[in-house]
Design a protein around this ligand. Structure first.
Ligand SMILES: [Zn+2]
Length: 254
């Protein structure tokens, strides 16, 4: 059995976990999961994750406005996020960023929320969890201008962009996508960046790794991702889990 499985990005507030959330989370430890960070997408989901963090020792949360959840939100609402960030189990501002695929609000509004939340993170000396979907240019631009610490999760950019992210001192998060048949790009990135800057994540309930693709995902599936990355680097699955776990502790400061 594997140990040191650190899921740096999950959504355990999602209603796909409504039926068995408590038994699932209670059972993660005996499957080798040492810690989980569950990300908020707005105030309500961030609060839900805070409540879960009160019930489970190794469960942490992040609070923030996701770019797909900005409809009806105003910058003043970030006051509610600030309150949650003061909680001792809140380890990051997230998830935040840009999503030009769904375009749930204008680019300008997304950029305003992204930059404002980065400023809050810097003020509180916390890492950010960045979502970048089909918005690589603007994401990199804002990260370069604001220089936060944190991670670009579910990384889908080129190896050149990965190198820029590393240069900024940030981490790269990879998930089940790295095990898919068309994962050439993710695995190229793995070869280009130092292993000390890599984090593993599920983004569950979505993006279950092979051989569970299409099923509901959870933190116990992380070794399938570590195995794939280990194959590429010539390291054992457990070595990848150990190093990425240490990286996650360093980044989240826990
Ligand atoms: Zn997410």
């Amino acid at each position: 059995m594997y140990s040191n499985i650190f899921d740096t990005h999950s959504h355990y507030d999602d209603d796909k976990f409504d039926k068995d959330r408590f038994s699932l989370l209670s059972g993660l430890k005996e499957k080798g999961v040492c810690a989980v960070v569950s990300c908020g997408c707005d105030i309500q989901s961030s609060k839900f994750n805070k409540l879960l963090s009160e019930k489970f020792d190794d469960f942490y949360f992040a609070a923030g406005f996701h770019p797909e959840n900005l409809e009806g939100a105003a910058l003043d609402d970030l006051g509610g996020i600030r309150e949650l960030l003061a909680d001792e189990k809140c380890v990051a501002v997230g998830e935040i960023g840009l999503d030009y695929h769904w375009m749930a609000s204008t680019k300008q509004k997304q950029k305003d929320f992204f930059a404002s939340q980065i400023e809050i993170a810097k003020e509180l000396d916390m890492p950010v969890i960045v979502h970048d979907r089909e918005a690589h240019g603007d994401t990199l631009d804002i990260l370069k201008k604001t220089a936060p610490k944190g991670v670009v999760h579910c990384f889908s950019g080129s190896k050149e962009m990965a190198k820029e992210i590393i240069k900024l001192g940030m981490y790269i998060g990879l998930n089940g996508v790295a095990t898919f048949k068309n994962a050439r790009k993710s695995l190229e990135v793995v070869r280009e960046i130092p292993l000390e800057r890599l984090l593993l994540e599920t983004d569950c309930p979505y993006l279950a790794p092979e051989p569970h693709r299409g099923e509901r995902n959870d933190s116990s599936y992380i070794p399938f991702i570590a195995e794939k990355i280990g194959e590429v680097l010539g390291e054992s699955t457990q070595t990848i889990l150990d190093i990425t776990c240490e990286n996650a502790h360093r980044m989240y400061n826990i």
